[in-house]
Design a protein around this ligand. Sequence first.
Ligand code: PHE
Ligand code: ZN
Length: 882
Amino acid sequence: MQRSDNAQITRLEDYTPTPFAAQRVEMVFRLFSDRTEVETTTILERRAGIDAAEPLRLAGDEIAPVRVAVDGAAVRPEAMVVDENGLTLSDLPASGSFALTIGTILEPARNTKLMGLYRSNGIWCTQCEAEGFRRITYFLDRPDVLATYLVRIEADRDTAPVLLSNGNLVDSGDLGGGRHYAVWDDPFPKPSYLFALVAGALDELADSFTTASGRHVKLGIFTERGQSDGAIYAMDALKRSMAWDERRFGREYDLDVFNIVAISDFNMGAMENKGLNVFNHKYVLLDPDTATDGDYAGVETVIAHEYFHNWTGNRITCRDWFQLCLKEGLTVFRDQEFSADERSAPVKRIASVRGLKAHQFPEDQGPLQHPVRPSQYREISNFYTATIYDKGAELVRMIETILGRERFRAGMDLYFERHDGDAATIEDFIRCFEEAGDIDLSQFSRWYFQAGTPTLSVTQDYDAGAGRLTLRLAQALAPGAAGTPILPFHIPVRFGLVGSNGQDMEARPAAGAPVERDVIHLREPEAEIVFEGLAERPYVSVLRDFSAPVTLKDDQTPADRLALARLDPNPFNRWRALSDLVGATLVRAASDARRGSEPEVDPAVVEALVSSADDEGLDAALRAQMLSLPSESDIARLIGEDVDPVAIHRGREAVFVAVGAKGAQRFAALGDRLATAASFSPDAASAGRRALANALLDYRAAAAGEPDLASRQYERATNMTDRLAALAVLAHRFPGTPASEAALAAFYRRYETNALVIDKWFALQATTPREDALEVVKSLADHPKFRLANPNRARSLVGSFAAGNQLAFNRADGAGYRFVAEMIHSIDRLNPQIAARIATAFRSWRSFDAKRRGQAHEALAELAARPDLSPDLRDIVDRSLG
Ligand code: PHE
Ligand code: ZN
């Protein structure tokens, strides 16, 4: 394996505060069409006890200083060293504060990395997390250096009528010669990664919000010209988020303005810059004709997430990037709770858990594994992962499960009170819950430091004569899962004992059993828990609401699962009982297909799926979840090793057809009833009905074996959800047919000028489950609308293909791997972060059969052998091979 010699590793154990503190930053940006002049003055002070000879090291990346002065006097060349990592200044005042002024000149139009200051469709904008500020000026660019900022922006009024930065607008005016200026003052000390500037010809959707204590806040969502109507739903979601955070966590907004800007070239989803959130326009712009229900839910979640960061991230930030989950895991937990309250809690929980298993589990079980709080990294931008975000959120959720809702809230209150204004650590966070909850969480905190997905086994034994149930629980972490010693976790197992009447029975645990309310606290490697006084054998429902991020192994019979799928009063576990059965069925079908025999599908499972569609006692959205089969990569994860994606696909199709055939009449009747909806509304109940109807469409089309039904829905659709669902059925089930080709062409013509919809058009074709989809993807890479430099477009074609097309990406001839590796290499020259992100699709390469493993290894090794990889991409490729 190749590792570059200059691989710089940053280690948690090396943390020390900076020798200098920054208090105040004043910046002037002069924007011109070909360049931007930046002048930054920072008030700095040597910290007490720091030697007078200690130099000041400032980070810088792809910039050069045009002027460096201390208290107005130019710094002598001997007192200054510039290299590719930054600027070192010696000979600084031994005590007291001093003003350091640095001039830089930037060329934002040439910045394709989209970190620092860049231009997107002519708009100037910044992205500074994690280490982008150093691409604007030399700075103590780390999260524990907090300062207040005053920012003056000057630009042509024509090209940039709107000038925005963090905080409150304190001055603006004319400069003559067609130029104007604005001055923004942010009174809240913040780290540089929360800095933002936006300038350009933008439209504003304006609104306002009055906080619980009566503060009037101006709200603005800025979009490219002519698009502000698309932000109406986002604005509504913002106001609901603000009200929710007051209700649920007692958190009010703190500035006079809150602005959001929608940008079309953006590396991530969105960014929580103080008072000026910058968003990928995908998470702002919506209307029924162009956005699906999934898009509406995504906008609502991301708007909430970034808003919630104002307290969890901004008012309390991270001491260093090892603490990233302190803000991200917590904020994901908060946005999940918001969505659960605004929509349906069980449906939201099912969607989150499906996401966790699809993205975080493979990461935690492969070469890119890392703890929720890592102890080292080479490239921090590669650590914005499902583990930090989604497993991080699970850990917060477990704290709530262990403490109960009230004590959890008390811990959060203490955290806000004690750490407001701090750059905090995970230890600080946990201590608040220990104190407020009067509990020792030291064993629990291993979840932050030990990587890997533990397995939880639960077996049961019922003694009818004694009316006694014995549960045996055991936990294990896969060997070799982490470099650190593996110690038992504190696993909260929420449970219920379900009677044949569908109600939880009174569970009387034996004295001294580690059971509190409906939670078993497993702290040992193994435990035996005895329940007495049970008049009948209960159905054991464990890990309700997925109370811990583990792989559950139990000894339930298929009959038990079928019963729980019908009876469990916990809707999440009803879904899981069915989903476990369906998963086992799909694994068996894949193994049948691999042996070359016709996959056998258990009729009882088929009937359970079919009848779940008709269960009027359940939300439509929940029924849609029950009907939505595990994806091909979910099945690959269940199989675990020596995976053959072709067999998985064949087996899954056989199940699909069996369910579609068995349900034909009931699905048709139900589908027709659901189709008679009135005008479009994005609310959860209406979205649930569309989800169910579209799930049925897919089964019906599979069983019918012809595209008419989908073609008809495509033509009649009055919203994007129904239109795209029909198009997916046509393109995925009937690729190359006249019906499919006609619909794809019509869709393209209709939406040619809408970038977000054209992304869907690319993604849909990239994910056609056929090995020859590769040829289509290759020709789409030459399509005039394909742009490697636009992250959304690159992700829509290359990212969707690599992560969402099991069959074609993992072609046995290796052509899928080679194509993706080449594309990644091209993207890397423009935008290393996007290249590195797409490259994570290789993370499960070792789980495939020998032939595919060999091909993937070869493609990765070839990529690794290239001398010109960015540090970002090299980090992912090396770890994937390692
Ligand atoms: N901090 C952002 C969020 O989760 C994500 C992000 C990271 C955006 C890095 C840009 C760059 O809300
Ligand atoms: Zn975040």
